[in-house]
Design a protein around this ligand. Structure first.
Ligand SMILES: Nc1nc2c(ncn2[C@@H]2O[C@H](COP(=O)(O)OP(=O)(O)OP(=O)(O)O)[C@@H](O)[C@H]2O)c(=O)[nH]1
Ligand SMILES: [Mg+2]
Length: 199
């Protein structure tokens, strides 16, 4: 899969309730905002990028990327961000990445893309090992943009779980177990967790 065929979607549209209701993408880490960290890691892996946000739209737009908002302002979860991205996406593939995981793998698109090709799948997501248990990380999802009608239907019926929707399609699960990957999917849900990433 060629990087040019993938649009990276940065998910920054959540409520951030565990962080006190702040806009997570705009929180600072090592002198840059979380959304800037995400842009620098994702940019080299994809042909273009979009930001999904529901607040501080002018600040996000100032980063130079198109900003897409959820159509309904009811914070119905990450899949609402997937929908907003798929509507705007102009490439056959889209890779979603949350803005609160600034250590995600630099070869995420490559490894998910390889699995999709090997398994002729329509979606792929990473699997990590946590305390010996496999854990799917479905918010990091490489998916075929043409699945948009399927997602629209799933959400119209009240579905909100990424993993549940993913299972309706041919999907590849890609193990990220190497020591180098062990902290890669760390996500900062609280200010205390964010602080642990500072040197
Ligand atoms: N567009 C959109 N994205 C969301 C929504 N809820 C969560 N997300 C995104 O999904 C990813 C994972 O979200 P969480 O960390 O579970 O949720 P959060 O809203 O950021 O934070 P909490 O309110 O503390 O759960 C993040 O990138 C969020 O920005 C939503 O309602 N709409
Ligand atoms: Mg989170």
């Amino acid at each position: 899969m060629r990087a040019e065929d993938i649009t990276g979607l940065i998910l920054a549209g959540g409520r951030g309730s565990r962080m006190g209701g702040v806009d997570k993408g705009m929180q600072m880490l090592k002198g840059h905002t979380l959304v800037q960290h995400t842009m620098s890691r994702l940019g080299p892996q994809v042909g273009s990028m979009l930001i999904n946000a529901n607040r501080h739209l002018a600040e996000y737009a100032a980063l130079g990327l198109p900003v897409v908002t959820d159509t309904q302002a009811d914070f119905s979860g990450p899949l609402a961000g997937f929908m907003a991205g798929m509507r705007a996406c102009q490439t056959p593939w889209m890779l979603t990445v949350p803005c609160d995981s600034p250590l995600f793998p630099l070869d995420l698109a490559e490894r998910l893309g390889q699995a999709i090709e090997a398994e002729q799948a329509d979606l792929a997501a990473p699997v990590t090992l946590e305390d010996g248990h496999a854990r799917v990380q479905p918010v990091f999802c490489l998916l075929r943009t043409s699945l948009q009608p399927s997602l629209a239907k799933y959400m119209a019926e009240g579905g909100r779980k990424i993993e549940h929707w993913l299972q309706q399609h041919r999907h590849a699960l890609v193990q990220f177990h190497a020591p180098a990957d062990s902290k890669a999917f760390f996500n900062a849900n609280t200010l205390a967790e964010l602080k642990t990433l500072e040197p």
